[in-house]
Design a protein around this ligand. Structure first.
Ligand code: GLY
Ligand code: MN
Ligand code: MN
Length: 462
C-alpha cells in the first residue's frame, strides 16, 4: 500500500466534501466459483481500496462526517483461519496501518449503524454492483433490497469522483507499472501472431500469464480475436488465418490495483496487405491526432468528434465514404464504422468509477450525453483537467449485420458508399488504444511506447 498518510489525507478530503451523516464504505467478500470453498480470485472494491487500502475480504470502513472519527470493522481471525490461511494482523493493527484510530467487529458496525438510524442520521454509501453487497447494505441500513441502489448517495459519489479523477504522481507511477506489463503482453502477442495456425486462446493465455507474472490479474477479461468487429470479443477459440487482423485489447492491474488498458491490432503473419494498411492508417491517424488536442479545459467530446472526423476523411480517401465529412459526422454516419466512444477514465478500475454511474464520471451540467448512435457510447465527454488519466481508443469495424441494417434503411446514404463497404464485410475490425495523462499544458502518453505504426508493428512481428 501507499504510505498511510495518503489514505488519511483522502479520507480527510472526503470529510470536507460531504456535509453530514455517516459514510459507509463496504469492502468486497469472496465470490464462490462452483462451491463456497472454491472461490474466484479476490478483487477488492476500488472505493474501499482508495480510502482504506487493505486488499482482504470482509472489511467495512466508516467515516463520521460530524465528529471526524474513522473506523475499520471486520473480524479478528480464529485459530481455524490461521491454520488454513496463515497468521494475519489483528483488526486494531490493520486499522492503525492505514491511520485509522477505531476498530471493531461487524457486530459493532451493525450496532453503530442502528444507533445512527435511530438518531435519524444520514448514511451515505456508493452504488453497489454485487448482489452480496446489496443484501448486506439492505441488512445494515434496514431498507428493502430493491431500494438499496436508489438510495445510494449522489453527494458521496460526486465527492469521491472529484478526488479519484485527479491522479497523484504515485498513482501515475502505479499505472505506468501496469503499462510495463502491458508492453510485455502486447509485444509477445505480436510475436505469436506472426505465425499462422496458432489458436487465439494460446495467445490470450500467454498474455494472461504475463499479467499474473507481473504481479496482478488482468484488468478485464482479455479481448483477443480475429473478429475485431465484435467489440468485446472474449471468445478465443479460432485459429489465426492469413488475411485476418488480430485485435488484442488487454491490460493488467498492479499489486496496488491500478490498471492499464491497451489495444493493438496486427495482421496475422506479420505483414499488412494493402487494404489492411489503408484502414489501419486511417485509425492510426485519428489515434495520433488525439494527444495533440488533449489539454485541460478541452471537452473530451470535442476530441471524440475531431477523431471520428479524421477517421472519416481516411475512409473517404479509400472510397468507403463520400461527401462533406463534417456533415457526415453531424448526421451520425461515423457510428457505422465506430459505434463506441473515444475513451474513458482509467485508474483503480479500468473504466474508472463506472460503478458510480457513467454520467456522473464522464458528464456534468455543461456536457450531457448525446443520444446519437455511436456518440451515445462515449463514456467521457466533459472538460479535461490536469491529472486525469483517459484512454485514446478509436477503432474502425465492419459489422455485417449493422451494415445490412443501415443499408436497408438507406441510412446516411449521402455519406456512405455502401457498394464499397459491402466488399469489407469480411474484414473484421481494428482498434488502437493508449492511456494518456492530462498535464498542465497538454498530455503525456503513458508507458514505454508499444509498437504502433505499420512499420513498427511489421518489425516487431519479424
Ligand atoms: N477494454 C475495454 C475498453 O477498452 O474500454
Ligand atoms: Mn481496452
Ligand atoms: Mn479502454
Amino acid at each position: 500500500m501507499f504510505k498511510k498518510e495518503v489514505y488519511t489525507q483522502r479520507r480527510h478530503q472526503l470529510l470536507q466534501d460531504v456535509a453530514d451523516g455517516l459514510i459507509l464504505i463496504v469492502g468486497n467478500t469472496d465470490a464462490a466459483f462452483n462451491y463456497p470453498n472454491n472461490v474466484y480470485g479476490f478483487r477488492q472494491d476500488s472505493t474501499f481500496r482508495y480510502f482504506f487500502a487493505h486488499d482482504i475480504q470482509d472489511l467495512v470502513g466508516v467515516i463520521d462526517c460530524e465528529n471526524g472519527e474513522e473506523y475499520l470493522f471486520g473480524e479478528d481471525v480464529s485459530m481455524e483461519d490461521i491454520i488454513w490461511t496463515g497468521p494475519v494482523l489483528s483488526m486494531k493493527d490493520r486499522a492503525a496501518e492505514v491511520g485509522v484510530k477505531n476498530s471493531g467487529s461487524l457486530k459493532d458496525l451493525a450496532a453503530m449503524l442502528n444507533k445512527a438510524i435511530d438518531a435519524r442520521r444520514k448514511i451515505h454509501y456508493v452504488t453497489p454492483y454485487r448482489a452480496r453487497t446489496i443484501n448486506y447494505i439492505s441488512e445494515l441500513v434496514h431498507i428493502k433490497k430493491d431500494w438499496v441502489m436508489a438510495y445510494s448517495s449522489v453527494e458521496l459519489m460526486k465527492a469521491i469522483i472529484k478526488q479519484r479523477s485527479v491522479k497523484s504522481a504515485e498513482e501515475v507511477f502505479e499505472i505506468e507499472k501496469a503499462l510495463a506489463t502491458a508492453y510485455n503482453m502486447h509485444t509477445t502477442m505480436m510475436k505469436m501472431a506472426a505465425k499462422e495456425g496458432v489458436y487465439e486462446y494460446e495467445i490470450a493465455g500467454t498474455m494472461e500469464g504475463l499479467a499474473l507474472a507481473g504481479g496482478g490479474p488482468v484488468s478485464f477479461p482479455i479481448i483477443l480475436t480475429t473478429h475485431g468487429e465484435i467489440l468485446h470479443g472474449h471468445d478465443h477459440s479460432l485459429q489465426l488465418r492469413k488475411g485476418r487482423m488480430v485485435v488484442s485489447d488487454a491490460g493488467c492491474e498492479t499489486s496496488l490495483g491500478y490498471c492499464s488498458d491497451i489495444t493493438r491490432s496486427v495482421p496475422v503473419g506479420g505483414r499488412f496487405d494493402t487494404r489492411q494498411k489503408a484502414v489501419y492508417q486511417a485509425v492510426l491517424d485519428a489515434q495520433l491526432l488525439v494527444p495533440t488536442l488533449i489539454k485541460p479545459k478541452v471537452p473530451y467530446i470535442d476530441i471524440h468528434i475531431a477523431a471520428v472526423k479524421c477517421l472519416g476523411e481516411g475512409l473517404k480517401a479509400m472510397g468507403l465514404m463520400k461527401g462533406d465529412i463534417s456533415e457526415a459526422v453531424k448526421e451520425g454516419a461515423m457510428g457505422l464504422f465506430m459505434p463506441h466512444g473515444l475513451g474513458h477514465m482509467m485508474g483503480l478500475d479500468v473504466h474508472d468509477m463506472e460503478n458510480y454511474g457513467e454520467n456522473y464520471v464522464g458528464y456534468d451540467k455543461s456536457y450531457t450525453r448525446s443520444s446519437q448512435f455511436g456518440l451515445a457510447s462515449l463514456r467521457m465527454g466533459r472538460e479535461l483537467e490536469e491529472g486525469f488519466v483517459i484512454t485514446d481508443e478509436p477503432g474502425c469495424y465492419f459489422i455485417p449485420a449493422l451494415i445490412d441494417q443501415w443499408r436497408s434503411e438507406k441510412k446516411c446514404e449521402a455519406f456512405i458508399n455502401y457498394e464499397e463497404v459491402e466488399r469489407f464485410k469480411d474484414f473484421g475490425g481494428i482498434r488502437i488504444e493508449d492511456d494518456v495523462l492530462v498535464t498542465a499544458n497538454g498530455c503525456r502518453v503513458l508507458g514505454k511506447p508499444i509498437p504502433k505504426t505499420v512499420e513498427e508493428i511489421e518489425n516487431a512481428m519479424q
